[in-house]
Design a protein around this ligand. Structure first.
Ligand SMILES: Cc1cc2nc3c(=O)[nH]c(=O)nc-3n(C[C@H](O)[C@H](O)[C@H](O)COP(=O)(O)OP(=O)(O)OC[C@H]3O[C@@H](n4cnc5c(N)ncnc54)[C@H](O)[C@@H]3O)c2cc1C
Length: 408
């Protein structure tokens, strides 16, 4: 551990590691503290679809697709299919956005590969160290694997420490935390098998949502919306396979597919505003939680980290205006992603607003879900809006011909 790091980053998720990468390159003295081992951070399966603009950002910052860069993106996801009991619609959103696909790249690989490169370069990453106390004066107490504790007093503490962030807790009373639980539970189902098709499928069924998401040539992720009072143990694998196939309208599609893991996920959303107080700053899930609807969380975390890194680097050179403006710069983009995800969740999820036990309300909710799918299918303006919001492309950044875009 360096004696007096100027910046302490808490958390080695996508936000913390991208920030560490950029500070390391700029020779800003920092320390990253992560409670898990290096092997553990590289095996936490979460996101798997990365937006085009995130990949562009990672390329611009030298983290992807360059000699010596830890990441290489080549597997594109260009299309999404909506399947309801009444209709099926395949949308080529990459085509509608001037060739902006997503890239299939599991988050645990992204984290593992950035961490491994930083460790090989001798960057100060303290795995198996947990932050146990954070003061509003940015003093922090770190506990090592042997139980020994050390107090650090850096200039800046960055909470890149996820949903239960101790850094965010230390800011309580000084910032506002806007929190909402969504009354829906999804089973997150992993298989070590090839995808059923070469694109994303969203099954929009009266009994609930189902999704098929590519994760790799031999890795596929499924989501299955279930009643909140049931968990993974209440769902035998045969029942999960049958229910997914039913909601996709693809009878027998999952027969014989072995399920490698099933977890339950409760959905919640949160925005902390502002995302900084004094010299405590938040990035990624520590600052804002978003449901997986639309796949925005990791992308926001990476973009936060890049903006914050430039603020910290400029502050290290004596100009802290960008660092002071960090929250104001990021919050409009974050709210825009929250707005899209909130809208999309109402289409995907049967339990987004009304309880399913009220038959009439449930049928009403499903009627609106069907109608939104038809609107995206039949209305070119709606399809254009959806494609841009889904792919994470700001239409204002396109030039008049739709070519040579500059994404923010
Ligand atoms: C099932 C699922 C699917 C998802 N799919 C997508 C998707 O397709 N696309 C997308 O963009 N996003 C997706 N997301 C969201 C995405 O995974 C998160 O937004 C992303 O992980 C946020 O990164 P982060 O670095 O902010 O936080 P995290 O990845 O949560 O990392 C925080 C780190 O901080 C560490 N930490 C916490 N407390 C302490 C402490 N006291 N001391 C030391 N270390 C600490 C943790 O161990 C952890 O390693 C998904 C999430 C889930 C759960």
């Amino acid at each position: 551990m360096p004696d007096e790091p100027r910046v302490v980053i808490v958390g080695a998720g996508p936000a913390g590691l991208v920030l560490a990468w950029l500070l390391h390159r700029a020779h800003v003295p920092f320390l990253l503290v992560e409670q898990l081992t290096q092997a553990e951070v590289g095996t936490q399966p979460k996101a798997g679809i990365v937006e085009y603009r995130t990949v562009e950002l990672l390329r611009r910052e030298g983290i992807a697709d360059a000699p010596g860069a830890p990441l290489a993106f080549d597997a594109e996801n260009r299309r999404v299919e909506f399947r309801t009991p009444l209709t099926s619609h395949l949308l080529d959103y990459a085509d509608l956005t001037g060739d902006r696909p997503h890239y299939v790249f599991p988050q645990h690989r992204l984290v593992a590969e950035i961490a491994a490169t930083l460790v090989a370069e001798g960057a100060p990453l303290a795995f198996s160290h947990r932050v146990v106390e954070v003061g509003a004066d940015q003093r922090i107490v770190v506990e090592g694997p042997d139980g020994g504790r050390r107090t650090l007093a850096p200039d800046v503490v960055v909470g890149a420490d996820g949903a239960a962030s101790p850094v965010a807790r230390a800011m309580a009373g000084h910032v506002e935390t806007l929190d909402r639980r969504v009354p829906a539970r999804w089973l997150v189902v992993a298989t070590a098998s090839p995808p059923l098709v070469g694109h994303t499928i969203y099954g929009i069924h009266p009994r609930g949502y189902a999704a098929h998401l590519r994760r790799g040539p031999q890795e596929t992720r499924f989501y299955l919306e279930v009643p909140a009072e049931t968990g993974a143990d209440d769902w035998p694998h045969d029942a999960i396979r049958a229910e997914l196939a039913e909601r996709f309208g693809m009878p027998g599609a999952l027969d014989g597919v072995a399920l490698a893991g099933v977890d339950a996920l409760d959905l919640r959303t949160r925005v902390t505003t502002p995302m900084q107080y004094g010299r405590l700053v938040l990035a990624g899930d520590a600052a804002h939680l978003i449901t997986p609807a639309g796949g925005k969380g990791m992308n926001l975390a990476v973009a936060d980290a890049v903006e914050l890194a430039h603020g910290l680097i400029e502050a290290d050179d004596g100009d802290d205006r960008r660092l002071q403006a960090y929250s104001d710069t990021r919050l409009p983009v974050i709210w825009r992603a929250q707005a899209f995800s909130d809208w999309f969740l109402r289409i995907l999820t049967a339990r987004s607003a009304d309880a399913l036990d009220d038959e009439s309300a449930a049928a009403f909710v499903h009627g609106t879900r069907e109608a939104w799918v038809r609107a995206v299918r039949d209305d070119a303006g709606m399809a254009h809006w959806f494609a841009h919001a889904y792919a994470g492309v700001d239409p204002r950044a396109l030039d008049a011909t739709g070519g040579a875009p500059q994404d923010r």
